[in-house]
Design a protein around this ligand. Structure first.
Ligand SMILES: Cc1cc2nc3c(=O)[nH]c(=O)nc-3n(C[C@H](O)[C@H](O)[C@H](O)COP(=O)(O)OP(=O)(O)OC[C@H]3O[C@@H](n4cnc5c(N)ncnc54)[C@H](O)[C@@H]3O)c2cc1C
Length: 484
């Protein structure tokens, strides 16, 4: 039984169903997908969370996993090789190119004196990516959580490797896909994620929801079930062994194993009645902090009003910190286009405390001041992005928005956090969680455990399933040794 039909839950469901287990995935929402959900407004299909992935080509980070999950044939669209991400700082633009050598050469054109440093930087990222499969090798698996790269500071690596402060900003400038904090971000997260995008970068035509739907269809084809409107309200256990779950407060369903693709703090709430979970564990998990949330402005554009860009823009205020983003000011915005419709999204970090005052009010009835707050944020984002896209404002037809409150409402994400539990290089053993819990047959999965994002969640679904099936079985089944 799997709680939550986000990417992690569906991938675990896929692995377990493929191995002959009777799988039931329970999703509280009307729609499956969690942060992969797409939604329609008028004739435009918007993506809520996921916007792009890296490393899909043969031999790259995500290829072997997506091949196993039967996801390679979805309509992936490669972003421009000479510039998949454009970092805009003030009035200057810098292209980040696909391919490790081209990445170095492109930036060395602007920073010739940093060419050797860039080569070292990219060489390091590449070697981290090349060792991604070590995590799956049985002899290495137990070391994964204490690997020294989880215990090293990403920021310190950047400072030690790159001399020019502007270049450091540029190399950090497309990293709205992780929370850049000097005092916490582990080098493993920074290097593995950035490397996968340098390998190759991809959008999906027609919405991220297709990933979830494809996995769910395959689970059902293999004999499993995916149920929506099924909120798990409790996990029942006896003597540290789970017996099943309660759905919507009334229906009991038995289970041999329970995989929680939900925040570990939420999983412990479901186990509130359990006497087998010691207070020390509850306190430890309860004390973990979460990464920031995200504000998104979904812009439906007038037809033919703005040319499609086959790259992402990351537009920053000249004073933007990049690391340790300020509390309230809108300093950085990601612009992500849709290739098949006149629309784009503006994404900008937003902390829970910015929206906390409306958290107790029901969705749709949070009041005029909440609407004004969101419109002010749209305006702040537009003012920044207009530096790069001066024609954007006139091209807008309609605007929709989401805040951390939306994620909290639809996906039940703790405090609307975008990337789950904040991993901390000072204490990897406590912030990078294993799938195991004090209840032997209750396991965790999803972005809260080690690496977030599509790559990280896909890796973690293998770690979680391996607790049931054995890592060797999965390594053989996925043919990991031939991924490179
Ligand atoms: C704004 C934003 C942009 C992002 N952009 C990218 C990107 O471009 N590329 C990338 O790789 N990653 C991106 N990510 C991260 C990526 O989307 C996530 O890491 C990943 O989708 C998380 O999957 P998950 O399965 O761990 O969790 P979730 O997607 O949160 O899934 C959890 C599921 O559990 C359900 N659930 C919760 N509680 C219960 C319950 N009690 N009973 C039943 N169901 C329950 C929820 O409704 C949800 O469906 C982005 C995230 C955000 C928020």
């Amino acid at each position: 039984m799997i709680i939550g039909a986000g990417l992690g839950g569906l991938e675990c469901g896929y692995i377990l169903a493929k191995n002959g287990m009777e799988v039931v995935v329970l999703e509280h929402d009307v729609h499956i997908g969690g942060c992969l959900q797409s939604f329609k407004r008028g004739n435009i299909l918007f993506d809520t969370g996921f916007h792009y992935i890296g490393g899909l080509r043969q031999g790259e980070s995500l290829h072997g996993l997506f091949k196993y999950f039967n996801l390679l044939d979805l309509p992936w669209k490669a972003l421009d090789e000479d510039c998949f991400d454009e970092v805009v700082i003030g009035d200057r633009s810098f292209p980040l190119a696909v391919g490790h050598d081209r990445f170095v050469d492109t930036l060395a054109h602007y920073f010739p004196r940093e060419k050797d440093n860039l080569t070292k930087y990219v060489g390091f990222l590449k070697s981290v990516g090349e060792h991604i499969t070590d995590a799956f090798l049985p002899r290495e698996a137990s070391d994964f959580y204490s690997t020294s790269l989880f215990a090293r500071s990403a920021y310190q690596f950047l400072v030690d490797t790159i001399g020019d402060p502007l270049l450091r900003k540029i190399l950090s400038g497309n990293s709205l896909k992780m929370e850049l904090r000097q005092d916490t971000l582990p080098l493993y997260v920074f290097a593995q994620i950035n490397n996968s995008f340098i390998q190759s970068a991809w959008r999906i035509t027609g919405g991220g929801q297709q990933i979830a739907n494809h996995l769910a269809d395959d689970i059902c084809r293999m004999g499993g079930t995916v149920r929506t409107n099924a909120m798990v309200t409790a996990i029942k256990d006896e003597n540290a062994v789970a017996k099943g779950v309660v759905i919507n407060g009334e229906e009991f369903m038995e289970a041999d194993y329970i995989v929680c693709d939900i925040h570990p703090q939420e999983a412990l709430q479901l186990l509130a009645q359990s006497t087998s979970v010691r207070n020390i564990y509850r306190r430890r998990i309860g004390a973990l902090e979460n990464t920031y949330g995200m504000f998104t402005a979904y812009l439906a554009l007038k037809p033919e009003s703005l040319p499609y860009l086959n790259r992402n823009l990351f537009v920053h205020d000249p004073q933007a910190q990049m690391w340790n983003a300020g509390d309230i000011a809108t300093e950085s915005v990601m612009v992500s286009f849709y290739d098949n419709q006149p629309a784009l999204d503006l994404l900008s970090p937003m902390k829970w405390k910015e929206v906390e005052q409306w958290a107790d009010k029901p969705k749709g009835r949070r009041g005029e001041d909440y609407v004004e707050f969101k419109m002010q944020k749209v305006e702040d984002c537009l003012r920044l992005v207009e530096r790069r896209l001066p024609q954007l404002r006139d091209a807008i037809d309609r605007v929709y928005t989401s805040t951390p409150l939306s994620y909290n409402h639809y996906v039940l994400t703790s405090r609307g956090s975008a990337f789950g539990i904040r991993k901390d290089w000072h204490s990897p053993m406590t912030t990078v969680l294993t799938p195991r819990t004090p209840i032997s047959n209750v396991l965790l999965t999803g972005q809260n455990l080690n690496l977030h994002g599509v790559l990280g969640v896909s890796m973690t679904s293998v770690f979680t399933s391996a607790e049931i099936l054995g890592m060797q079985t999965l390594v053989d089944q996925m043919d990991v040794r031939h991924w490179k």
